[in-house]
Design a protein around this ligand. Structure first.
Ligand SMILES: [Zn+2]
Length: 473
């Protein structure tokens, strides 16, 4: 039986250049697809739901192109840390303490929290795979949450930390779960959990993430990419060119020189990309994921987003880690905008005064939606409100003191609204958040579970001493 949702009388920010922003507009969703848009639409002969969206903004669901969802359990611990502190503590301590059940809870909770924040598509760069059980738990958590995206099998090996008092020796990287075991497990995960790895029919698809691109030899990176392509990874994502932490390996240049670049590659961060690398990425149609909050804080350089977009690269935004800040794309867009404007204003200080402030807000909104979708090869399905695309959209209610009146809809969304104003979130035509509340979750039960797991983790982690070696990304 057909299901329909008719959204009435909305101000629609389509992020589709051919349609633009519309007021008093209706959207008809049929069987998960945006069927029709216009004024005075009626549900016709289809029985369904009607949402009165007067005084609401309707915009595409946000696309989060870089995220380590497992870290949702340790919210807030990195807020004053550099990337070095992060690696010492998160990658070399916490990453060795998570049980499969912790990973399930983290990914499930993170997926729901993304929905709460209007993020409807995510790339999970999942590098907490300390056993096959961790793999299964991680995928199940994300599938149960119901968010769209690509789960990327991370090859990074968290260190064995049975030296930490209170750690469960069975859960840190067990002997035997080495590179070879991961290859077999990745293949198994692809076949078992993603037999039909087609985003047209599956909400969650399979991708992969190399061990750590800048810490590998060129040969081993190419081998991993070959392997991931051989098992049908839809997206292959890796950290590169991280400002102060850039080892000047120019991974992208080498991949480009060896004809390894392609639309399936997604590079996160990239503040220190050379002009030549940006050109290679643009030519190959690879994606770039910029994560403003962590890059600005942790010494990863000034976000490359606008420079990369200006030369035609597909640029998306990413949240990166919830142990630093929330899954808040509104805040990320705003931070990106003002960091870029501040930089440009400083460049002319003493020489002239800024008259035309650039970039414009719509450019950041594009990155958080359509640009992100392009960077991960899903722009035919999501990223804009366009007839024929899947219905992933958010309804932001603008009745509160912080959102009245709406004069510039994009401005209201990006500079005035907060996630508490996001009233409804729809993914694939299904209502996932309504009246400001995420549906289909026993939140008091999940909340208690999160609190207990997090407290245990923090207690054990604080007893751990750093690894003797200098930090390893
Ligand atoms: Zn990352």
């Amino acid at each position: 039986m057909s299901s329909s949702i008719l959204i009435k009388n909305a101000t629609v920010i389509t992020v589709d250049d051919s349609i633009g922003i519309k007021t008093n507009y209706d959207i008809l969703i049929l069987d998960g697809v945006i069927k029709e848009m216009g004024t005075n639409l009626s549900p016709k002969d289809v029985v369904g739901e009607v949402i009165d969206a007067q005084n609401c903004l309707v915009s595409p669901g946000f696309v989060d192109t870089h995220h380590h969802l497992w870290q949702q359990l340790i919210r807030g611990v990195t807020t004053d840390w550099s990337l070095g502190n992060y690696v010492e503590n998160i990658r070399n301590i916490y990453g060795s303490l998570f049980t499969p059940e912790d990973v399930y809870t983290a990914n499930y909770f993170a997926g729901l929290d993304l929905i709460n924040n209007g993020i409807t598509t995510v790339i999970d760069h999942c590098h907490i795979l300390n056993s096959s059980e961790h793999t299964d738990a991680s995928i199940k958590g994300l599938k149960d949450a119901g968010v769209r995206g690509t789960w990327c099998y991370g090859f990074y090996e968290n260190p064995e930390r049975s030296d930490i008092p209170g750690s469960n020796h069975n859960v840190s990287t067990p002997a035997g779960f080495d590179h070879k075991a991961r290859m077999e497990d990745a293949k198994r995960a692809r076949e078992q959990h993603f037999p039909d790895n087609d985003p047209e029919t599956q909400l969650l698809t399979f991708g992969a993430a190399p061990t750590e691109a800048e810490r590998m030899t060129e040969g081993s990176l190419k081998e991993e990419i070959d392997f991931f392509r051989s098992i049908g990874a839809r997206v292959i994502t890796m950290h590169v060119a991280m400002g102060c932490y850039d080892l000047n390996h120019q991974v992208v240049q080498h991949l480009g020189d060896n004809k390894y670049l392609g639309k399936d590659l997604l590079f996160s961060h990239g503040a220190s990309f050379t002009d030549s690398e940006l050109k290679l990425i643009q030519k190959a149609g690879s994606g770039i994921s910029v994560t403003p909050e962590t890059e600005l804080q942790m010494g990863m350089g000034h976000p490359i987003a606008f420079k990369a977009a200006s030369v035609g690269c597909h640029v998306g935004l990413g949240i990166d880690i919830t142990n630093n800040q929330n899954n808040d794309m509104l805040a990320s867009m705003r931070l990106l905008m003002q960091a870029e404007r501040g930089k440009r204003n400083l460049e002319v200080q003493g020489k002239s005064v800024p008259y035309n402030i650039l970039p414009k807000s719509e450019e950041a909104l594009y990155m958080a939606t359509m640009g992100g979708a392009k960077s991960i090869g899903l722009d035919n399905l999501v990223g804009s409100i366009t007839p024929g695309k899947r219905a992933d959209l958010i309804i932001t209610r603008c009745d509160g003191m912080n959102t009245v009146p709406i004069i510039k809809p994009i401005g209201t969304l990006m500079y005035n609204a907060h996630i508490g104003n996001i009233d409804t979130v729809i993914i694939n035509g299904n209502i996932m958040k309504r009246d400001g509340k995420v549906l289909n979750v026993d939140w008091p039960k999940l909340r208690q579970d999160v609190r207990e797991r997090s407290a245990r983790m923090v207690e054990i982690a604080t007893k751990a001493s750093p690894l003797s070696q200098t930090f390893k990304l």
